[in-house]
Design a protein around this ligand. Sequence first.
Ligand code: UT7
Length: 334
Amino acid sequence: MPSNHSLTGVSFIGCGAAAPETVVLNDALAQVVDTSDEWIASRTGIRQRHVSNDRESLAGFATEAAQQALAMAGVAAADVDMIILATSSAEDLFGTACQIQAQLGATKAVAFDLTAACSGFVFGVVTAAQFLRSGAYQNILVIGADLLSRWVDWNDRNTCVLFGDGAGAVLMQATEDADRLLGFEIRSDGTQNCCLNLAFKPELRELIPGTILTQGRYQYITMNGKEVYRFAINRVPDAIDKVIHQANLTSNDIDWLILHQANQRIMDAVAERLHIPAEKVVSNVANYGNTSAASIPIALNEAVRSGRIQSGDTIATSGFGAGLSWGAAIFKWG
Ligand code: UT7
């Protein structure tokens, strides 16, 4: 049962990340499809991606990231109230979050999956904030984890060069101090749904005469890259701008911009439109490629653990992708 505390603020006090050890360099991909390191690096900024093997699992990487976040926060697994797993590559369509709950030993936590593709982590943070602000819960793990190497067509050079595997997590905690989530905007536009899909393809089966069922399988990722690119560079700056105003800030007040790591050119274009200098843009797309819901917390974790992001720094973040969906948030770390 949720408690009835009247805590109103949200804080971000722990982070963690995990990724497979196996790395595939661009040059290696050129042996698989007609591409080159030069094309991939110049069009996307990606140099390599991590890919999981048959002994590794989504729940395993997500649990490792969550354990690191709990350790940094100094919160015991038994004190976690909720686990939100943002993923589009669940190993079980009924949900993967409960496996993480069990692996962590977070016995009192309610756990569920949230599917919003590359916007999933931001949607998860905003969802968690509602439960914390209401006073219902004290500690919430928000995990972004995806293993899209499983769902990429490795014969399609338009998509296979882009994606990689990984997991990232944050521990959000209710606080009586000032709220550290300064603003958010979350959006969807289903009219552009066909631009990016990992769709179910039904196969017809006549169960008994006259009764046709659809059984089938999920297809590989398909994407209209140009449309998604256009969508991202239009919608993301607008959403961040809106949240900056909501927070009564200007873009000068932003210490760090952590965008979904899809393409370095998108990050550069968004930063330029917001007049945020390149040195404030956190990017690790070169090393991971696009890890979907995991990309923002993996980048956040690296910047926090390397000491670039300090307690009290103001971070603007935005996720965007399939749906189409997008979201932005501004928060203070720590
Ligand atoms: O997390 C989900 C969000 N997804 C995204 O943010 C993706 C957004 N889109 C993009 O990042 C870019 O559109 C891509 C990186 C996917 C593509 O870059 P682009 O500059 O838009 O390239 P393009 O699709 O216009 O393709 C240019 C050329 C084409 O050849 P032709 O038709 O000009 O002869 C492609 O066939 O590049 C070709 N091409 C490639 N060549 C070598 C496409 N993929 C490759 C490849 N290697 N891997």
